[in-house]
Ligand binder design. Structure first.
Ligand code: SAM
Length: 214
């Protein structure tokens, strides 16, 4: 007879996870062996969004090792169209992320990204995954939101940091910037479909799927 001694077979009846455990786990995630720091729910949402929107330009603010750049660029490759502009203030990229034909890297911060580069594209999606401070998120919304095309998105990442108890360090962080932005702009709505796909704000991008409606 098989005995389910927990040390021998690793069996347990316990099911236990929460935002903190997902946060700890998401730092261990990788795409093609390159760290990609995303909530697992958001991996799936990005995949669906790229195929729904079919952007010909994704601007990613916050490159880090480049795992998310490679993931997004591979999705563009699979959808048959588009390039990714990824922006950071330091070059921490893994070698594999440097040679992707659909990725262009800009290393002097979103503040110095030349917006004239956007004009030749017709369907633009923006992903803000930079410092997460209120000031930077607000500044990126101010700089880039007008370039998002109708029916596409400006995605603000990591509003979840409020629930992790880090709001103060980020001076209010993404959620404060989102609240102000939504009040000031009637061309965007918070798309609850993506925010609430797995439960209310069951994403690290809480209230962060901002859809351009006009
Ligand atoms: C959370 S990491 C990005 C993670 C990456 N997108 C991923 O999913 O794997 C945040 C990155 O934002 C960068 N960053 C900080 N300030 C920035 C700025 N002003 N412009 C662009 N990137 C910035 C940091 O250097 C850091 O590499």
């Amino acid at each position: 007879m098989i005995s389910f001694g927990k040390n021998k077979f690793n069996y347990t009846d316990t099911v236990k996870f929460d935002i903190k455990s997902i946060e700890q786990g998401h730092h261990k995630l990788a795409y093609k062996n390159v760290p990609m720091i995303k909530c697992p729910f958001d991996y799936v949402i990005y995949q669906m969004l790229v195929f729904q929107i079919k952007p010909d330009l994704i601007i990613e603010i916050g490159t880090n090792k480049g795992g998310s750049s490679m993931y997004l660029a591979d999705l563009l490759e699979l959808s048959g169209n588009g390039e990714l502009h990824t922006i950071d203030i330091v070059d921490l990229r893994d070698e594999a992320a440097k040679s992707h034909p659909r990725i262009k890297f800009f290393g002097s911060g979103f503040q110095n990204y030349d917006i004239n580069l956007i004009s030749s594209f017709s369907t633009v999606l923006i992903i803000e995954d930079g410092s997460h401070t209120y000031e930077d998120v607000k500044a990126t919304l101010n700089k880039f939101s007008k370039f998002v095309t109708k029916e596409s998105y400006f995605i603000v990442e990591d509003g979840i940091l409020d629930k992790l108890g880090w709001k103060k360090e980020y001076n209010g962080g993404p959620n404060k910037a989102i609240k102000e932005f939504i009040q000031e702009n009637d061309s965007y709505i918070i798309d609850r479909y993506w925010c609430d796909l797995f439960g209310i704000n069951a994403t690290f991008n809480t209230n962060g799927f901002l859809k351009k409606i006009k």
